[in-house]
Ligand binder design. Sequence first.
Ligand SMILES: Nc1ncnc2c1ncn2[C@@H]1O[C@H](COP(=O)(O)OP(=O)(O)OP(=O)(O)O)[C@@H](O)[C@H]1O
Ligand SMILES: [Mg+2]
Length: 279
Amino acid sequence: MNTVSGWCDAPRTSTVATVEIYAVVNQKGGVGKSATTKNLAAALAAQGDRVLVVDLDPQGHLSDALGLPEPQPPATLAEAMLGAYTGPLREIIQTHESSGLDVLAWSLDMFLLEPKLYAAQGKEFRLMHLLEQVDDGSYDVCLIDCPPSLAALTDNALVASQRRKGKRSGVFIPVQAEDSSLRALRLLFGQVQSLEHSLRIQVEMIGLVVNLYDKRRGRIVTTTLDALRELPLPILAIIDDRSTIREAWRAHEPVAIYDPTSEAATWYGDLAKALRASR
Ligand SMILES: Nc1ncnc2c1ncn2[C@@H]1O[C@H](COP(=O)(O)OP(=O)(O)OP(=O)(O)O)[C@@H](O)[C@H]1O
Ligand SMILES: [Mg+2]
């Protein structure tokens, strides 16, 4: 594994992956990246997967939504990505009790991570190299919750979720059915393509998760859904706007635990089943 001096700027291509790595990405804010990450991760865990979740957003919403305590420096994700913490990643991972999810949680130093990364060598590969420590058969799936921006942290998530030998990996895009979503998607596709080109990697776009869907809002919503269906990317799930999802958030639980018989839990359960079936 890498130490401070050992960061390299090229992916490891010789090893066979044992864990699927998915980035949950959209630079548009509030579309449901954290809700999708948390609830899909818990649904996968409920179906028997060993799941690691990475809160890569300096806002720390995912860690907050799971009620996790803040890791203390130097054993934090930010310090590890900067190479200042070189101990085992496992020291930083904590377990969310009721769901059994393992989480690399938010800490305050995440706020300085992005500007510090810009001065770092191999800045887009930091998370990928860290996650190699858990690519040892101990997890089936790793989900990365991204911040609402197309900057260095999201680049790290995209690089970590690049195509590798042995396991499927890629990108989930939560999206709302509204006009501005289509422009946001074009920007995101452009960023992925430019990263693929400049870093010589391939990233699979797994599909869209239409979130906060409410057809009572009328034609804007239904016609945007039609436009999303025209994209060369599958719609993997349509998740309605449901109070259960907000209530579960406040209770620091995923919906699979908060209300396992709810429709919302079923939608995430079906998404998890489809993902597992595609293995
Ligand atoms: N399907 C849903 N039904 C009801 N509430 C939802 C749903 N999805 C997300 N929410 C709520 O909407 C808010 C925004 O969702 P979330 O934080 O997951 O979006 P995000 O894309 O991660 O935001 P950010 O860009 O700030 O990281 C949260 O309070 C969340 O609980
Ligand atoms: Mg979020």
